[in-house]
Design a protein around this ligand. Structure first.
Ligand code: SF4
Length: 327
């Protein structure tokens, strides 16, 4: 057993902050010590969450035609991808998806719209009406991802019953200009701060395998810690033909698991959710995500790429003797 990993884990187990140097040490671990890293990340998960895990689903409510140029994203109008594009779908379709997600065991439905923001059209009003309907007609929590928001927009969403806003930082402040030139890291931070001010829970995370370095991963983990976000979704690049990152950047399953573990050490008591790209990057090691420290996962399809069958994920959770928390 690696003594240094054990000593760093001791801090996380007591919810004391670990240093940036320690996080970097963990991120650089290789060889058999990787299994010690997983062991302690799992102990930290058990300490804060026991055998309970969460699952959530998303619905792509408006797709494509985005003015922004995020280099990993198939929804930017600057890239020639073959995704289906559509304007904001109506309330009943979102309600149907919410009911299916509820039946499948999800405790929330994330309503996701493409684009810089929903502020320049009547989309915000439509979204507010849809959130009210989901609150009235289901027991599932409505969450959402609507691009850049002002405090006033966030306030309108809260009044309708939105509980949680997803707004990913994607990567470190240093690396962000390499993946997006049309808005800034600060724009994203400002949206998170506006949402926090009006009482929304914050779901904010990252995408890995986009060319970022180890230091960028660490910096992002600490930025999220400082922002005190509630949920940290970790995505792994699923390269889409037509985007600048279509060829993909190698990220092995073990490397992806190490990222999950280090985020667990840095953010010991936060919900760490494995999101897009896990099928592609973890391959046969998908069930290891929980033993690498995650306590939550997305199930079903992602925005423009397919996930695996919901039944397979539910069976995996059952086979691992984990309990799906549905409230
Ligand atoms: S990640 Fe969001 S803002 Fe960036 S291109 Fe895609 S839809 Fe637009």
């Amino acid at each position: 057993m690696n003594d240094k990993i054990k000593q760093i884990a001791g801090r996380s187990l007591q919810n004391k902050p670990i240093s940036r140097d320690d996080a970097l040490y963990l991120m650089q671990i290789d060889g058999d010590a990787v299994y010690d890293l997983f062991y302690w990340a799992n102990q930290i998960r058990l300490r804060y969450f026991g055998h309970s895990v969460k699952a959530c689903s998303i619905v792509s409510a408006k797709q494509g035609q985005c003015t922004e140029d995020c280099s990993f994203c198939s929804q930017s109008s600057r890239y020639h991808t073959d995704i289906e594009e559509f304007p904001l779908i109506d309330t009943n379709r979102i309600l149907d998806v919410a009911k299916c997600a509820e039946q499948a065991g999800s405790n929330s439905i994330g309503i996701v719209t493409s684009g810089y923001s929903i502020g320049n059209s009547d989309d915000l009003d439509k979204i507010c009406r849809t959130i009210k309907t989901v609150v009235t007609d289901t027991c599932i929590h409505p969450h959402g991802s609507f691009g850049i928001l002002t405090k006033e927009m966030a306030e309108s969403l809260v009044k309708c019953g939105l509980k949680r806003l997803n707004h990913n930082l994607e990567t470190s402040e240093r690396f962000f200009p390499n993946i997006c030139s049309t808005h800034t890291f600060t724009d994203r931070i400002n949206t998170i701060c506006a949402a926090k001010e009006v009482g929304l829970e914050i779901c904010s995370g990252a995408i890995f395998g986009i060319g970022e370095g180890l230091e960028d991963r660490i910096d992002l983990a600490f930025t999220l810690k400082n922002l005190d976000v509630d949920v940290v979704p970790l995505n792994f690049l699923h390269p889409v033909s037509g985007t600048p990152l279509e060829s993909g950047i190698p990220l092995s399953p073990m490397e992806a698991l190490k990222i999950i573990s280090v985020f667990r050490f840095v953010l010991p008591d936060k919900e760490i959710k494995i999101a897009g790209g896990r099928e592609k990057k973890l391959r046969d090691l998908q069930s290891w995500m929980f033993y690498a420290g995650a306590n939550s996962t997305m199930i079903g399809n992602y925005l423009t790429t397919k996930g695996r069958k919901v039944e397979d994920d539910l069976e995996m959770i059952k086979d691992l003797h984990l309990e799906l928390q549905t409230s």
